[in-house]
Write a protein that binds this ligand. Structure first.
Ligand code: 8ID
Ligand code: ZN
Length: 348
């Protein structure tokens, strides 16, 4: 397999600065890394946060973003075991960890102090050739539709794990706040497959139609509905058993505390800039509610989420555009105009 010396990528030199579509060198895999010819990459809202510099953890600069890259292994470092050239592989958010600390030992590798993050501290999948730690790279079965599989690598894994974190059981009511977005559209489907009854929450009627087409049993338009709490309580006969917050709205996250019933669980996933929520102590004790956080997933979560996709239990609602069109995708995302996930074709 011939590997070129240069490739197309989208790179930025300062947070919020120009997104340059240009030729850059093809990276060389370190001894523990794969070189993956990325065919498709999903665009996650995290990539937009990273470009804008929204979070207190700094990005590497210059940076190639992207962490939902699906492609083919074309080379590997001398220490790599268990992969072969031609295997399908995925670049995901977690791109290496120490594998030796208390968190790694308990398979909480995303919490490792030395975690390497694709499209954040390590150049990611908005390029034609990306390097990925061979331990953390996702395995994608041969013959899988790579464009369709790309969003599973972050959005799918993250929401699958978040639903498990919620402790919801089959038959329970689960709310998905941000139901029509990249994470939300998959969360609705995974929750349904796992037997839960889903209430989607998002902004506008079009997003409601979309969330219902993904499997939501009910939908609450948070902008049109005057009393969101009452509406959710009515649908669910007293409140949600849990709610997964995948919106980018601090107000929605705050309100989610009121949407769960007694003993309910609020799961924080979306990461709006500078957000915090206030949980009144009396109310939380008296109603015995819990606020939990969920951060991507580990290798087992990745395997399980991908397996459910490959068995056709969930589908990624994608729109494919060229890699060079990333700035336009960020604009639509910022304006809240995306249904599901945009996926970039790296050949264009
Ligand atoms: O591991 C993690 N915790 C993790 C992993 C991946 C992504 C966290 N994230 C974070 C991202 O960084 C981002 O902050 O999850 C958030 C959502 O990512 P996304 O799904 O990729 O974003 P999107 O496609 O833009 O979807 C957001 C949805 O939220 C809706 C929007 O309409 C959109 O459908 N929304 C908004 I903005 N305000 C809302 C509100 N007030 C709302 N929905 C309900 N109520
Ligand atoms: Zn992501």
């Amino acid at each position: 397999m011939s590997i070129p010396k240069t490739q197309k990528a989208v790179i930025f030199e300062t947070n919020g600065g120009p997104l340059l579509y240009k030729d850059i060198p093809v990276p060389k895999p370190a001894p523990h890394e794969l070189l993956i010819n990325v065919k498709y990459s999903g665009v996650c809202h995290t990539d937009l946060h990273a470009w804008k510099g929204d979070w207190p953890v700094p990005t590497k600069l210059p940076l190639v973003g992207g962490h939902e890259g699906a492609g083919v292994v074309v080379a590997m470092g001398e220490n790599v075991k268990g992969w072969k050239i031609g295997d399908y592989a995925g670049v995901k958010w977690l791109n290496g960890s120490c594998l030796n600390c208390q968190y790694c030992n308990h398979t909480d590798e995303p919490n490792c102090d030395d975690a390497v993050l694709s499209g954040y501290t390590h150049d990611g999948s908005f390029q034609q050739y990306a390097t990925a730690d061979a331990v953390q790279a996702a395995r994608i079965p041969a013959g899988t539709d790579l464009a369709g599989a790309a969003p599973i690598l972050c959005a799918g894994v993250t929401v699958y794990k978040a639903i498990k974190t919620s402790g919801c059981k089959a038959g329970d009511w689960i709310g998905i706040s941000g139901a029509a977005g990249g994470l939300g559209s998959l969360a609705v489907q995974y929750a349904k497959v796992m037997g839960m009854r889903v209430v989607g929450l998002d902004v506008g009627a079009e997003k409601g139609e979309f969330a219902k087409s993904m499997g939501a049993e009910a939908y609450v338009d948070v902008k049109a509905e005057k009393d969101v709490v009452a509406a959710v309580k009515k649908i669910t006969d007293g409140g949600l058993h849990a709610i997964i917050n995948v919106s980018v709205s601090p107000a929605a996250m705050q309100q989610s505390v009121e949407l769960v019933r007694k003993k309910g669980v609020v799961v924080l996933v979306g990461l709006p800039q500078d957000a915090s929520i206030n949980v009144p102590v009396f109310d939380s004790v008296f109603r015995t509610i819990e606020v939990r956080a969920s951060y991507v997933g580990n290798r087992a979560d990745t395997f399980e989420a991908m397996d459910m996709f490959c068995r056709g239990l969930v589908k990624c609602p994608i729109k494919i555009v060229g890699l060079s069109e990333l700035p336009g995708v960020y604009k639509l995302m910022e304006e809240g105009k995306i249904l599901g996930r945009y996926v970039l074709d790296t050949s264009k």
